[in-house]
Design a protein around this ligand. Structure first.
Ligand SMILES: [Zn+2]
Length: 261
């Protein structure tokens, strides 16, 4: 017999300037994970408000605005901290070191660990297949991708190329609200892309109303995110890279985004 597909309730907590922490909760087993808890206090407040108890911390990488709440949450809740084995010395309180292909059980749900280096060398993503939910940290953003702070363009392209092969209905729970700036940049590369124009109108409207633009669906990203679209003829034309290899186009988009203000 097949299990019911979606298991998790997912709660989004905006913190700091533009970070998102996520709580993923299985209402039957009551297992609850905090993904990339930048701070402890907002997580404790949300747990309290919902009557949930934290069982897991899932870190995607070691940057301070993703792990800042680890030690306080661990002390207060006795949860287990999961993160890349490679980041063992950089993730505070790490209990379970993860590698590519490992599975993390969260109540009735399971996440597959995907190694996605590029933003950092040890960056991982958590792919909850049955829930069609991907927690991708600072690797893939709505209409953007993470900066190359520890890895190469080749690594990042390989990581994004893997992520873009997931089902188009996958929801992308990324760690920052960068969508509007990302979109403004994307429009300079593909001004004639109707899906992009339409999406920017929706994003501008959402931001005017103070609503989040995250999570997005992978299908939307495939149609509008320049970092996933190196095969786009218009994009290649703008960059003067007609017929170039995807990794070369990706690297140029990343280089231009770094300089975009
Ligand atoms: Zn980061």
């Amino acid at each position: 017999m097949r299990e019911e597909a979606a298991v998790l309730d997912i709660l989004q907590i905006p913190v700091l300037q533009d970070n998102y922490i996520y709580l993923a909760h299985d209402p039957v087993t009551r297992a609850t994970a905090a993904v990339d808890p930048a701070e402890a206090a907002p997580v404790l407040a949300a747990l309290d408000a919902n009557g949930w108890t934290l069982t897991h911390i899932l870190n995607t990488h070691h940057h301070w605005d993703h792990v800042g709440g680890n030690l306080t949450l661990k002390r207060e809740t006795r949860c287990l901290v999961f993160g890349a084995e490679r980041d063992r010395n950089d993730i505070p309180g790490l209990d379970v070191g993860l590698n590519e292909g490992d599975m993390v059980e969260l109540g009735r749900s399971r996440a597959q660990v995907l190694a996605v280096p590029g933003h950092t060398q040890g960056h991982i993503a958590y792919w909850f297949r049955d829930d069609l939910a991907l927690f991708c940290g600072d690797t893939l953003f709505a209409m953007g991708c993470g900066r190359l702070l520890g890895g190469t363009a080749e690594q990042m392209w390989h990581s994004l190329d893997r992520l873009r092969a997931l089902p188009p209905d996958t929801r992308l729970y990324c760690a920052h609200e960068y969508t509007q700036t990302n979109g403004r940049f994307a429009v300079t590369l593909e001004p004639e892309n109707p899906a992009l124009t339409r999406r920017m109108e929706q994003v501008d409207e959402a931001r005017r109303q103070g609503r989040p633009t995250v999570p997005s669906k992978l299908g939307e990203e495939l149609a509008t995110n320049p970092f996933l679209r190196p095969e786009s003829a218009e994009l290649q034309r703008t960059l003067g890279l007609e017929g170039a290899a995807p990794v070369r186009v990706f690297a140029e988009v990343r280089r231009r985004k770094d300089a975009f203000r």
